[in-house]
Design a protein around this ligand. Structure first.
Ligand SMILES: [Zn+2]
Length: 95
């Protein structure tokens, strides 16, 4: 992936240098929080797919602005969703 001229998919700022994510520094941080929180949410809800998780984040009053924006972008972009599933090691849909 090219990083030099890439723009953040959530806000259009320059992508963090050297990052494999298509996000700026703040949205990359939000993305990493999403990855970190998924396990907790999944445990709390029982069976929660990543898509359901993102929708809950998007509609949760306690979710931060940056996380909401990242969730929205991922839900509207199949490639990014695959990227997230890969980061979550969520492989059940490939079976
Ligand atoms: Zn951004």
């Amino acid at each position: 992936m090219e990083t030099s001229s890439e723009k953040c998919m959530a806000c259009g700022r320059n992508v963090e240098t050297g990052s494999k994510l298509p996000f700026c520094r703040l949205h990359s941080e939000a993305y990493r929080n999403i990855i970190k929180n998924y396990e907790n949410w999944k445990n709390a809800y029982g069976d929660l797919t990543p898509e359901e998780f993102l929708r809950k984040l998007e509609n949760n009053d306690y979710t931060g602005k940056w996380v909401k924006e990242v969730a929205r972008v991922i839900l509207s972009n199949r490639g990014l969703l695959d990227f997230l599933l890969n980061d979550l090691s969520y492989s059940s849909r490939k079976d």
